[in-house]
Design a protein around this ligand. Structure first.
Ligand code: SF4
Length: 472
């Protein structure tokens, strides 16, 4: 990709940010919800005997599983197939949608119900199935609203974090052709009644997976609305689209992740429904699907294994880093321009979708470290962002690269550094109180959200020297 194309994409990112910043209603909904989640997470984690030790254990299990991923994938496939599941590998998004389209065609499915799955968003599954004549109905309430509004999720756990109850009620009223009051209890009951009929009629159920257990070949699904359980038990055929990185070694490891997942996400001790499915319905079992297909998706993940970015595959999609991030709270999820928003999106999108396409994202961070502190599996997101910034340096405009080069030259040479300090102290363009609040030309956007304080009369070196002299 040329620098011109990269700059055009960066311009589009800035336009999305400006649009998000202009919508105060969206921003206040996001701020309210994320700050509530931050408080709830802190309370939930405080209930644990030793949250830090549990986070360390979770991080170690995820890193071990990734290090030996080929082994655990093989073990998972063996165990799942022994229990009657059919396992497929999809190298990329196209392969995944083709495979699932073929499964739908073979089973004669015309209507599919689906629970929330970021992986299916990643491969644009709904559009691909619609093109093959299969109607897909989202059954998570948030995703259902996203679908009827032809919108996109704004958060990986709370897809409509950017909408308030009045907007949700308006969407439902428009779709169902009757007035739905902006009362959460009524909204939920109306959506439930509408979706129940789809569950009855659907012959294909599509889910993702929070975890895939190598030891038993089981898929674990964590939801709060019960729609995931309905999706995988009611239709004849169940398809789980699972990123290969979701593998954990043992069933016992689930205890570690379940304790952390909901707490990190919403502060709950556990999600309301935690469902494990191991193969299709047995002859003595009263419910469950007749066929279980597990589609293991690579789509760029295996490329990261063994490299400096491998740790991002440890992500369990809890959303805590989004809630903790001051940048996400001020621009929302849509501004990121991809399926995965927030700090983890700023790393995942460039890694999976190409750094050239998402070169602006590693810079959409203050590097404050709140994401790393909130992450239950201790992914060093700021470290990854800095690494991606360095890698995308070549895509930056010439003026910016020259400025950074010049800064590097000056900062590494004390005599030049001191000269630059003298120049800045004697430079004229400041406000009457000494603060610099605006700039011009290419510096103007950079200064849009920044104020520079007055330059101190004495430098740090000078202060230090004076201090030493006083002590002597
Ligand atoms: S990076 Fe960490 S905090 Fe962010 S979604 Fe993934 S697991 Fe959660």
């Amino acid at each position: 990709m040329s620098r011109v194309a990269a700059r055009r994409l960066e311009g589009e990112f800035h336009a999305r940010v400006a649009a998000a910043r202009a919508d105060e209603r969206v921003l206040s909904a996001i701020r309210l919800a994320t700050l509530h989640k931050v408080t709830s997470r802190a309370a939930g984690m405080a209930e644990l005997h030793d949250a830090e030790a549990l986070r360390n254990l979770a991080a170690a299990i995820r890193r071990h599983a990734l290090e030996y991923l080929p082994h655990y994938l093989e073990q998972f496939v063996d165990a799942a197939e022994r229990r009657g599941a059919q396992v497929h590998f999809a190298v990329d998004a196209g392969a995944a949608t083709r495979l699932i389209g073929d499964i739908a065609a073979r089973s004669g499915a015309r209507l599919a119900v689906k629970s929330k799955s970021m992986t299916s968003e990643e491969v644009a599954l709904n559009d691909a199935l619609a093109a093959r004549g299969v109607e897909v109905v989202e059954t998570d309430l948030g995703e259902f609203i996203v679908q009827i509004d032809a919108d996109r999720p704004s958060h990986i756990v709370t897809p409509i974090i950017h909408k308030d109850r009045h907007q949700v009620a308006a969407s439902l009223s428009r779709t169902l052709g009757r007035a739905v009051p902006a009362d959460p209890t009524v909204i939920t009951a109306v959506a439930r009644e509408h979706l129940r009929e789809r569950f009855r009629r659907a012959d294909l159920g599509i889910t993702g997976a929070n975890f895939a257990v190598a030891e038993t070949g089981s898929i674990c699904l964590c939801t709060n609305e019960g729609n995931g359980r309905m999706t995988l038990t009611r239709p004849r055929v169940h398809v789980a689209l699972v990123g290969i990185e979701k593998i954990i070694p043992r069933l016992a490891d689930l205890a570690v992740f379940l304790k952390l997942l909901a707490r990190s996400s919403t502060g709950q001790p556990l999600t309301v429904y935690t469902t494990l499915i191991t193969g299709p319905r047995g002859s003595a079992e009263p419910d469950g699907p007749e066929q279980v297909h597990i589609v293991l998706l690579d789509n760029g993940r295996s490329r990261l294994l063994g490299g400096p970015a491998a740790e991002v595959l440890a992500c369990i999609r809890c959303g805590a880093c989004l809630n903790a991030c001051p940048v996400y709270r001020n621009i929302g999820g849509h501004a990121y321009g991809g399926v995965y928003p927030g700090p983890i999106g700023s790393v995942l999108l460039p890694l999976l979708g190409g750094l050239e396409r998402h070169a602006a994202l590693p810079r959409a961070s203050s590097l404050c470290g709140a994401c790393r502190d909130a992450c239950p599996v201790k992914i060093d997101i700021p470290g990854q962002l800095v690494r991606l910034r360095a890698e995308s340096q070549a895509l930056q405009p010439l003026g910016k690269r020259l400025a950074m080069w010049l800064f590097g030259v000056v900062a590494a040479r004390p005599i030049l550094y001191r000269a630059a300090q003298w120049l800045i102290r004697h430079a004229p363009p400041r406000g009457p109180d000494g603060w610099t609040r605006a700039s011009f030309g290419r510096f103007a956007p950079w200064m849009h959200c920044r104020d520079l304080p007055p330059v101190p009369r004495r430098t740090f070196r000078r202060l230090w020297r004076d201090e030493l002299e006083r002590e002597a």
